[in-house]
Write a protein that binds this ligand. Structure first.
Ligand code: GDP
Ligand code: MG
Length: 220
């Protein structure tokens, strides 16, 4: 699947994210489609800019609905880039008006999803560049590192800061994730200015090119 004889000078296959389409919504992780293929999930606090980032990545105006009302999307939305290659839009966390009980349930489900979903090969965590690394963001990082899941942190709405402040914030977050001791890359992102999209695509390509099962069955 990765080898294209006409493009063999290119190391990784470039997926065309523009043809991404909606597949299904699931109310919780127990109702997800079969655990096969490769999945990359997008997570973040409500209003972090997750839907906007998915729309920017796929160059579609309303693939993932963007909303000024935080916490509206409570379903897990699944999109397919191509057969067996999926992007998963997880419900935003940290929405103040959600009852405690629901919050706890959802956090538990999130943890389970990260731990148990075999086809999950990478996690994109979106954080507003002005308010990064809130408690639940850190919890997500911790869970991911625990299960050996690589993470791309996107500091969103980077257009809201001037260049100096943006760089300072990027460096601060890069330092702050070091103690987690995981495979965590941090980049700035702006859906408004379309910056950071290349970094996101590169990372997704890398994850989607990983063999669905590591070579336990086929030792070299
Ligand atoms: N300035 C700016 N605003 C953004 C950017 N991305 C998202 N927003 C705004 O932030 C709000 C929340 O975005 P949305 O994508 O719905 O966040 P979600 O709740 O994480 O899915 C909306 O009003 C967006 O227009 C960005 O890159 N720059
Ligand atoms: Mg959203």
């Amino acid at each position: 699947m990765n080898y294209d004889p006409n493009r063999d000078h290119i190391v990784t296959y470039q997926y065309n994210y523009h043809v991404t389409h909606f597949v299904t919504s699931a109310p919780d992780i127990r109702h997800l489609p079969a655990d096969s293929g490769i999945e990359v999930a997008f997570a973040g606090r409500s209003n972090a800019g997750k839907s906007s980032a998915l729309n920017t990545l796929t160059n579609q105006k309303s693939l993932a609905r963007t909303s000024k009302t935080p916490g509206r999307t409570q379903l897990i939305n699944l999109f397919e880039v191509t057969e067996g290659i999926r992007l998963v839009d997880l419900p935003g966390y940290g929405y103040a008006e959600v009852p405690e009980e629901m919050k706890r349930k959802w956090q538990k489900a999130l943890g389970e999803y990260l731990q148990k979903r075999n086809c999950l090969k990478g996690l994109v965590i979106l954080m507003d560049i002005r308010h990064p690394l809130k408690d639940l963001d850190q919890q997500m990082l911790e869970w991911s590192v625990d299960v050996g899941l690589p993470v791309l942190v996107l500091l969103t709405k980077a257009d809201k800061l001037a260049q100096g402040a943006r760089k300072a914030q990027l460096n601060m977050v890069r330092e702050a994730v070091l103690p987690f001791m995981g495979d965590i890359q941090v980049e700035t992102f702006s859906s408004l200015k379309k910056t950071g999209v290349d970094k996101l695509r590169q990372k997704l390509d890398t994850w989607f090119n990983m063999p669905p099962e590591m070579s336990e069955d086929h030792p070299e």
